[in-house]
Design a protein around this ligand. Sequence first.
Ligand code: NI
Length: 260
Amino acid sequence: MAPLIDTHAHLDAEQFAADLPAVLARARAAGVGAMIAVATTAPSSAVCVSLAARHTELLATVGIHPNSIMEASPTAWDEVVALVEGERVVGIGETGLDRHWDSTPFAVQEEYFVRHLELRRRHHRPVVIHCREAEADMLRVLRTEFDRHGPIHGVMHSFVGDTAMAEACRAMGLYLSFAGMLTYKNAAPLRETAAKQPLDRVLVETDSPYLSPVPLRGRRNEPAHVVYTARCLAGLLGVEEERLAEQTTANARKLFRLPV
Ligand code: NI
């Protein structure tokens, strides 16, 4: 079986503080060849970078999550920028827009999202995008970016939008990454959307430690569990698991220009 890549895991989360080596060993045993440790704050960016320096199967992103902006220190943005050129930093984010939680005023979220989009252009790294209950605003900001600067090198992470949203994102150059929610009983519309996506534009992820896929729903999520989401996506796209693994890993390598 070709190795899978978990393209989005919050391995700096406190939920992994006690047993990260065991978590990584289980991932390896499950056939996960690489994982991207995705940052949510400036301190988290520094931790993700240091994790990637210590573990050969880990790569990192740097950025500030829309829901974490208000807790950021005055120097947070500069700290993130200072880390971007690290050789194991393969992406910018996670960034984006979130109307579900109101921890950050929406105008501030948008300002930071645009900053991340500029940063990824300056440093030629893909952007990792979070979108929750903000599809219309997301498309508006992305279209502005696309119209000014052309195709957007990046990924809509933990994609839960509809088919029109998926098509709009792909048309602007983005990849779509599916997480454990794809396996949930009430996610039939998402599965219908996933089934229509071209194999060369999809990725898989866990978004660990959150939202474990079925049959592990409710437990702490970890990269080894990405196999359940990959299996589900293979079924939806009508391909063998082996083929799905091969192609999603090739997609991740291409998007993030992975050295592994
Ligand atoms: Ni995330």
